[in-house]
Design a protein around this ligand. Structure first.
Ligand SMILES: [Cu+2]
Length: 310
């Protein structure tokens, strides 16, 4: 009984390790990362594995020492333990080791962050001192508010200088959709993120894209989808799912109020630009024909009919 704590710590740690191995080895359980659907996902996953390995190593090492010490020196052992008054070598060692680890993580993270944030040459200063590059195939303004996402699609080509004005004012031909992010496979997408009220966080797990929206700022993010999950059917005038297995959710990852849990959207990746353009034209036509009293038009392609719940 006097080694109870040692056994308890060992059991809990071994159970955690076993769960980790099962989660990694059996992806069908869904305990591990969702399937990736963007070019940056591989790099971000590699970072995740690097950080997990580094932290895992030190966690196992410190827990091992703890369990050994609990086993070897139980409180019921006779005699008083010898007091220790500092150890310079140890102090220097456990200061430098985490420093080196953090520097390695920083060096590995910087290029990944730069690619997600500043892919291309930053040229245009946006309201709130953020930047974006002009080489995007698509520019989408994402506005968060309690409790949904408004996505404004530029339907005309934008120059790097024009992006700033467009983000601030828009144009009459823009399409605004609630909670649906439509792109096409291989498109270089430039998102401009902002909020009209509190802090939200735009999170698309399949893209490994996560960025807070901050009041007063317009924050750019970049991505390129590598897998498509829908196509637009012009005959039926709706979007048809072609992949129902993947996770295509958009979530708010910042606790932003009472209905935070309802702040969800969906990512729609068309196989090519043709399908995307067909959806865009159709949605614009439908929006025009709808009552102008609608504050935020829903996309014409609501895919919920097909059991594609949001
Ligand atoms: Cu939110």
């Amino acid at each position: 009984m006097h080694r109870f704590w040692s056994l308890l710590f060992a059991t809990v740690n071994l159970a955690c390790l076993a769960l980790l191995v099962v989660a990694f080895a059996c992806p069908e359980l869904g305990w591990w990362l969702p399937d990736s659907a963007s070019t940056q996902a591989i790099e971000i996953d590699s970072l995740f594995y690097l950080i997990t390995a580094l932290c895992g190593f030190f966690f196992v090492a410190t827990e091992g020492i703890l369990i050994y010490s609990l086993w070897k020196f139980p409180s019921t052992a006779p005699g008083n333990p010898k007091p220790i008054h500092g150890h310079l070598g140890l102090e220097i060692g456990w200061t430098i080791a985490p420093l080196v680890g953090l520097l390695v993580i920083t060096a590995a993270s910087l290029p990944v962050w730069q690619a997600a944030r500043y892919q291309g040459i930053p040229t245009s200063t946006l309201p709130g001192n953020s930047e974006t590059s002009p080489d995007a195939d698509q520019v989408i303004l994402v506005t968060a508010r309690q409790w949904d996402w408004h996505l404004k699609y530029a339907t005309e080509p934008l120059s790097s200088e024009g992006i700033r004005q467009w983000a601030a004012e828009g144009t009459p031909s823009d399409l605004v959709v609630a909670n649906e992010l439509h792109v096409w496979k291989g498109a270089k997408v430039s998102l401009l993120l902002r909020t009209t009220d509190v802090i939200h966080s735009f999170f698309v797990p399949a893209l490994r894209l996560k960025q807070d929206t901050l009041p007063g700022k317009t924050i750019p993010m970049r991505f390129e989808a590598t897998v498509s999950n829908v196509r637009f059917d012009p005959a039926e005038g709706r979007v048809v799912p072609t992949d129902t297995k993947g996770s295509w959710e958009i979530a708010c990852a910042e606790l932003c109020g009472g209905n935070h849990f309802r702040m969800r959207g969906k990512l729609f990746v068309h196989p090519d630009r043709k399908s995307y353009d067909a959806w865009l034209d159709h949605s614009k036509r439908q929006t025009r024909s709808r009552s102008l009293t609608a504050m935020v038009p829903q996309a014409a392609s609501s895919i919920q009919k097909d059991g594609f719940t949001q």
